[in-house]
Design a binder for this molecule. Structure first.
Ligand SMILES: Cc1cc2nc3c(=O)[nH]c(=O)nc-3n(C[C@H](O)[C@H](O)[C@H](O)COP(=O)(O)O)c2cc1C
Length: 208
């Protein structure tokens, strides 16, 4: 956690810089990618969480503001929340990923993993994982340009984000599973999403 008063008031957490190499090839990560629903009883590090968030939506071209996952018209309709329980150096709480700044901002207090699991039809991996990423979409950002086709585009984009998280996780021995079965309104309440933000995927994260 940084120390200035402004950051303390807004409860901002600076994320680590991303690494750009790993011990396994992209081919091996694809071959060995699996949905993982049970994890070691170990905390994640902030470095690991930072890397996974970068893989999901990090800025990869500063000049043009382009991100790690493709987006129709580069309109970027996705917002990323993290429900944190056991991440070293990060109090249990709900955070939102501030993409351009590579920061997390705290948006809700306390360990919400059990509530998130209930919202996900009691899938136990969500309660057990040290943290879960929740991917939300603001459809209007894309429908303003693409009309009805936006829905299709936004859903494709969530798939790309999830795959990046799976592959980055595989390279770091962090397992995940694409959770699509949940009650939308309950998830929105748990993370404190705005009315325009629609949850589309939960990705629990844990060491394997
Ligand atoms: C859109 C989507 C939704 C999914 N929802 C769930 C889910 O709610 N719970 C779950 O345990 N797995 C879920 N999965 C994971 C699939 O069960 C898994 O990908 C499939 O069994 C194939 O296994 P693999 O990913 O290890 O190759 C989902 C996968 C996708 C692509």
């Amino acid at each position: 956690m940084r120390g200035t008063s402004e950051q303390q008031t807004r409860k901002i957490v600076a994320l680590s810089r991303q690494g750009e190499s790993s011990k396994i090839s992209v081919e091996k990560a694809i071959k060995e990618r699996r949905s993982v629903r049970s994890y070691k009883h170990e905390s994640l590090t902030l470095q690991e969480l930072s890397q996974l968030l970068w893989a999901a939506q990090g800025i990869t071209d500063e000049k043009r503001g382009l991100r790690a996952s493709p987006s129709a018209g580069a309109l970027y309709p996705l917002e990323i929340y993290v429900v944190v329980g056991q991440v070293e150096g990060l109090p249990a709480a709900v955070y939102k990923y501030v993409i351009g700044k590579n920061e997390l901002i705290k948006v809700g207090d306390g360990d919400k993993r059990a509530r998130l699991s209930s919202a996900a039809l009691s899938q136990s991996c969500v309660a057990a994982a040290p943290a879960s990423i929740v991917v939300c979409a603001v459809y209007e950002r894309t429908s303003r340009k693409y009309g009805q086709r936006a829905q299709r585009y936004v859903h494709m984009e969530v798939g790309a984000v999830a795959e990046n998280i799976y592959l980055q996780g595989r390279a770091m021995q962090v397992g995940t599973v694409f959770i699509g079965a949940f009650d939308d309104e309950s998830v929105k309440k748990v993370i404190g999403a705005s009315p325009a933000e629609n949850p589309l995927a939960i990705l629990p994260l844990g060491k394997i």
